[in-house]
Every structure is written in structure tokens, then in C-alpha cells.
Ligand binder design. Sequence first.
Ligand SMILES: NC(=O)c1ccc[n+]([C@@H]2O[C@H](COP(=O)([O-])OP(=O)(O)OC[C@H]3O[C@@H](n4cnc5c(N)ncnc54)[C@H](O)[C@@H]3O)[C@@H](O)[C@H]2O)c1
Ligand SMILES: N[C@@H](CCSC[C@H]1O[C@@H](n2cnc3c(=O)[nH]cnc32)[C@H](O)[C@@H]1O)C(=O)O
Length: 414
Amino acid sequence: MLSNKELLESGTQKMEWAKNHMPVLEQIRQEFAAKKPLKGKKIAMALHVEAKTAVLVETLAAGGATVAITGCNPLSTQDDVAQALGNLPGISCFAKYDCSTSEYYEAIDQVLDIAPDITIDDGADLIFKLHKERRDLLPKIVGGCEETTTGIHRLLAMEKEGALEMAVLAVNDAQTKFLFDNRYGTGQSAWDGIMRTTNLLVAGKTVVVGGYGWCGRGIAMRAAGLGAEVVVTEINPVRALEARMDGCRVMPMADAAKIGDIFVTTTGNCDVISGAHFPLMKSGAILANAGHFNVEIDLPGLEKLSSGVKTVRKNIREYTLNGSGKKINVLAEGRLVNLAAGDGHPAEVMDMSFANQALGVRYIAENKLKHGVHKVPAEIDERIALLKLRSMDVEIDRLSDKQKCYTDDWEAGT
Ligand SMILES: NC(=O)c1ccc[n+]([C@@H]2O[C@H](COP(=O)([O-])OP(=O)(O)OC[C@H]3O[C@@H](n4cnc5c(N)ncnc54)[C@H](O)[C@@H]3O)[C@@H](O)[C@H]2O)c1
Ligand SMILES: N[C@@H](CCSC[C@H]1O[C@@H](n2cnc3c(=O)[nH]cnc32)[C@H](O)[C@@H]1O)C(=O)O
């Protein structure tokens, strides 16, 4: 076990590395440091506490905010980064790796005790707590940002029922977020988590991807690149068709269960792999989740079917099925494999996601938004894309005046 000093050194080193690979956020940090657009603002955050998130926190603090942060998943906190973050002025960090459910929600309360003006969520835990138990804090809040797909689905459901009593910016739905983070970020980091956890080969295996959304597309694309045969399961006919035309086999999970070697769920839904599927699987099958929380694989159902469970390698639990004696391996307790058994998305991808968060927070601070779910303004998206391109030394063409007229001219024909 590392001493506090060693934790601090290791966390600081990780933050420095991440910062050096997040040029868009660095540009925003410099602007924030000069103009202090968040002066006097208190920000409560529940995000994966690791190095890239720490760079976002530093950026908000550079803008003049006081920040309190905790995790958004019991297994994704990196204690060294938590230690380094909590050591910085104007920042308190309550996150701890492998916390119990009660510790998790205690930390959510501690973060809210700051009496925030603005919240940043990944999965809307802060917002749910505010609406259910900490309603006294709601009137002070000017808005919040939500990082992920499922969080936004839930907030839209709240809005529809008239239950959402604050403004929320749907950061996930910015193009410079989901097109890159969900697709290329999850596509790479889910495999990074699976490969470093199992130390097994992907080539020649049959990989079953549950859900062909933005994350699923990325995971399937990278699985194919690693030499796997890819099978997709879907409930949406258009997405299923897209998977088929992208070259994947498509079938129901009950059929895929029989042929898969590695399963990765990424739907935001529960019971994607459930009771009926486990007995159909090959012995040795590997199950991982890269979607939401720990409900995509029905672990209580698997436990009921099992005569024994043991840890066979760090982050791998092996279930032995009653009767058949088949072995089913579950990675990272069915929680996000890329964060609970890896370091999360690459820094260059989080650079854009967190640039949206930083500029989103400033937008909330500078505009009086009505209660409800709001889009990230298109100008923010475009600015982030241009900054990212510039950081990659990529130039693009500009429309000439003639081209502008031509594209706007509805009378132009053959
Ligand atoms: N691991 C990560 O770092 C990471 C990154 C981004 C998003 N996410 C999370 O991953 C999940 C997916 O995000 P997304 O942006 O790809 O969402 P999405 O809405 O684009 O895709 C989800 C897909 O799952 C399908 N689906 C739903 N229920 C299903 C079922 N029972 N069986 C098969 N398919 C089913 C839907 O039809 C849809 O096509 C969300 O929960 C999101 O919050 C995780
Ligand atoms: N809190 C839930 C919700 C899913 S997290 C999914 C989100 O994590 C974000 N994410 C992925 N990798 C990283 C990372 O390395 N640092 C911080 N956030 C990340 C990503 O933007 C995505 O929208 C849970 O833990 O199950």
C-alpha cells in the first residue's frame, strides 16, 4: 500500500501526463485563468475520478470556481489522483476506490454540502439526490451538465413528467462528445480494459457486442480490427441493419450466447445478458460491460445458477454453473470495464468531452437558462472541433463567396 506522499506523487504525475495530451482543455484553462469567468461559483461534481477528470477540475478552479468532487462509479476512482486533487487549493475530493453503496451516497451528500451553483454529473446521481433529498439546495442552482447517454435519457424522462427543477446541458449530445468519446473512446478503452485484465488473445475469437449505438459501433469496429468475428445483438431494427451492413452478424442474444467467446454489453439497459443465456454459453466465456452501471449483465441471476464463485485473476470472477460445471468469467463485477479495470478513455478523446464540460459550465454561468434539458450551443461544438484540428496540425478548406451563394441558392439546377 502506498503512503499518502507516494499517492500524491503518483497522482500528480498522472495528471501532468494527461494535461500534456489535452491541448483543447489547456487552451480553455489559459483563458479561464486570465478572465476568471467562474469567479465565486461553487461547482459540485460526480465524475470518474482519474487523471483526465482532474485536468477538468483544475480548469474550472483556474476559472475562479470552488470545486467539490466525488466519483460516479464505486470502482473507477484512482486513489492517487483523488489524493493529488484534494491537495490543490479550492478543490475538495471525497472519492474513494471500492467504496460501499452507503459510502458512495455519503460522498454525494458531502459534495452537495458545498451548496453548489452548478453541478456536473455522469449518470445524474447528483441531480437525483438534489430532487429527492436535498431539495433545499435546488433554488440556488443555476444549472448542471450531464456527461453520458443514459444520464440524459433519465433527465429527459424527468423533464417529460414535469419533475426536472433545474436547467441541464446535455453534454453527451454535443457532436464533439459522442462521435468521439462514445465511439473511438469506448472502442479503444473497453478493449484496453478487457485485454489488460485477461491477457488473452482477441484474434480468432467470436465477440458478441450487445447494442450497436455509438459505443457498440466503436467496440465492434475495434474487435474486427483485432481479428475477431463480430456478432451484434440489437432491439432497434435500423441499428441492427446498420450492424449487418457494417459486416457484423446479427442475431438475438439467445443465439449469440451459444457461440460467443467474449461478450461486451453497451446498451444502457438492464438484463441484456440474463438468466436464460448463461447456461447456453461455452465454458470459459468472458463477460464485460461497457454501458451503464452494473445491471446490463444480470449478476444476481448468474449467482443463482452457480454452485461457486471465485476470483481467478485481478478483476475476474469465475462462476461455476450448477449441473454442467461450465465456467463463466465476469470482468470488473459487471461495472464499466474500461474504467473499473482500466484507465478510461484516452486523454485526447476526453480533451474534447471535457472541453464541452468546461465551456458548458461557463455558458450556464453566463446565461440564465430555463428549467429543462438544453443542447450544447453549436458554436461551442464548432470551436472545440476547430481547436482540436489545430492541435493535430490539420487544416480544412473554407467556403468561397461563390460557394456560399451556390449552397444557399434554391433555384440552381442542372
Ligand atoms: N464505457 C464508457 O466509457 C461509456 C462511454 C459513453 C457512454 N457510455 C454508456 O454506454 C451506454 C450506451 O451509450 P451509447 O451512446 O452507445 O447509446 P446509444 O443510445 O447510441 O446506443 C445504445 C444501443 O443499445 C440498444 N439496446 C437497448 N437495449 C438493448 C437490448 N436489450 N439488447 C440489445 N441492444 C439494446 C439500443 O437500441 C441502442 O442502439 C449508455 O449507458 C452510456 O451512458 C459508456
Ligand atoms: N456513472 C455511470 C455512467 C456511465 S459512465 C460513461 C461516461 O464515462 C465517461 N468516461 C469514459 N472514460 C472516462 C475517463 O477516463 N475519465 C472520465 N470520464 C470518462 C464517458 O464520457 C462516458 O460518457 C457508470 O459508471 O456506470
